[in-house]
Ligand binder design. Structure first.
Ligand code: SR1
Ligand code: MG
Length: 400
């Protein structure tokens, strides 16, 4: 292909056929477009033996809004390269990218057809004990091995430049840290929580803390982040999970990835009363808090071990510095988790956990709680010394 063209199903089949050895000359191929995300086209291409691959193509605009929101197709390169690098450091839990075409802005990758999206599974009340340890490992490995603890100064700067990703970072900067705290036209606020949302717009103490979190997002290139690590970016089956969708990747604060994932567990926790009957709700909430605890504990243990064993820069070997570093990652994660709760309630991009609550009253109660808990996490992030304290804040949340 000599120039960019939006793929039809036939184009996706030809692309998959040309760049894999799985299909062979005489295979009868079929393709269906099934993308339901905010940005891209996603095709499943399958042969008559049932072998399948995924073709993901970046559109030159944000799919969820339309052509009025132009968007760089370079995000496909970022996604392919982040996933390849993350797979080098955590192959078990990163989707396998087989081929990337910079002109078509298309990626050929493994089809996780025996996996389901983690968000959908949690919304259905499914419980898996492996996802917290596995995602903790994914984050610890990918974030440690792309940080200053390992990369040489020169290499780190070259990598920061390779993954600048200004347009997608701007989306996060706006949607996470700006829009929810003002009367922005992109906001998506249910009338029942409008009054509560408006309190955010006049909350100067909160806005100062969100500004600090945004400033760190803008200027703390600690490691190569996934950049959009919510429960819709994780595929899971009965024994494994794999991370997908790294187009928002860039060098940023480690706490952003950890906080995004933690925030999504908390969103699901707060949605439980609207999604399940009382007994199932109590069960699911207890399970989610255990997973959240393990997620942080195992992430911090693995990251600590890696720091003490594998740090390459002698100046960063100080044990005291490493402990302080991790404590700061924890506060950052608490703050970014709080931002995730708020932006998923007030901002443009909501989550099915909350939006699928059919009872309007339950949904409004849940949304008010996400705003309240989000605020507390942001405001108290530097006073929370450990994950148990953070989870107590969640556990004892009361509606206003
Ligand atoms: C216009 S993009 C909206 C959201 O979808 C992505 O998955 C990111 O979370 C982004 O904030
Ligand atoms: Mg995504």
């Amino acid at each position: 292909m000599s120039e960019y063209k939006t793929f039809s199903s036939d184009d996706a089949m030809a692309f998959a056929d040309a760049h894999s050895e799985l299909f062979g000359d005489h295979s009868k191929l079929t393709a269906e477009e099934f993308g339901d995300g905010n940005l891209n086209l996603v095709f499943r291409v399958e042969n008559d033996k049932g072998t399948s691959l995924i073709v993901k193509q970046a559109l030159p605009y944000a799919r969820c809004v339309g052509e009025s929101w132009p968007l760089t197709t370079d995000r496909a390169r970022i996604e392919a390269e982040v996933l390849k690098l993350h797979r080098r450091f955590c192959p078990e839990h990163t989707v396998d990218v087989r081929y990337f075409d910079p002109v078509a802005c298309a990626i050929l990758m493994e089809d996780l057809d025996d996996y389901r999206i983690l968000r959908a599974e949690l919304n259905d009340g499914k419980k898996f004990n492996h996802f917290a340890p596995q995602l903790a490992r994914y984050m610890a490995n990918t974030l440690f091995y792309t940080s200053d603890f390992v990369l040489s100064s020169e290499n780190k700067k070259a990598e920061v430049a390779r993954f600048l990703n200004p347009e997608l970072c701007l989306i996060t900067e706006d949607l996470f840290f700006t829009d929810p705290y003002c009367n922005h036209e992109r906001n998506n606020i249910e009338p029942s929580v409008l009054e509560k949302a408006k309190t955010l717009w006049h909350d100067d103490a909160l806005k100062a803390e969100v500004a600090a979190l945004k400033a760190d997002f803008l200027s703390k290139p600690q490691a190569l982040l996934h950049g959009d690590l919510h429960s819709g970016s994780v595929f899971i089956n009965s024994d494994n999970c794999k991370v997908i969708d790294a187009e928002f990747g860039f060098f940023g604060p480690i706490g952003f990835d950890v906080g995004s994932l933690l925030g999504n567990l908390l969103l699901n926790y707060l949605a439980c009363p609207g999604l399940h009957d009382e007994e199932a709700c109590n069960d699911q909430q207890a399970y989610l808090l255990e997973q959240a605890e393990q997620l942080w504990q195992q992430f911090s243990e693995t990251f600590s071990e890696l720091m003490s064993r594998e740090t390459q820069d002698p100046a960063l070997e100080s044990n005291l510095y490493q402990q302080r570093f991790l404590q700061r990652v924890f506060s950052d994660a608490a703050g970014y988790a709080g931002c995730e709760l708020i932006r998923r309630t007030v901002g443009l991009a909501h989550v099915a956990d909350i939006d699928s609550i059919s009872d309007a009253g339950e949904r409004a109660t849940c949304q008010r709680l996400t705003i309240k808990l989000g605020r507390e996490l942001i405001m108290q992030r530097n006073d929370l010394s450990n994950i148990s304290q953070l989870l107590n804040l969640v556990r004892y949340q009361q509606p206003d």
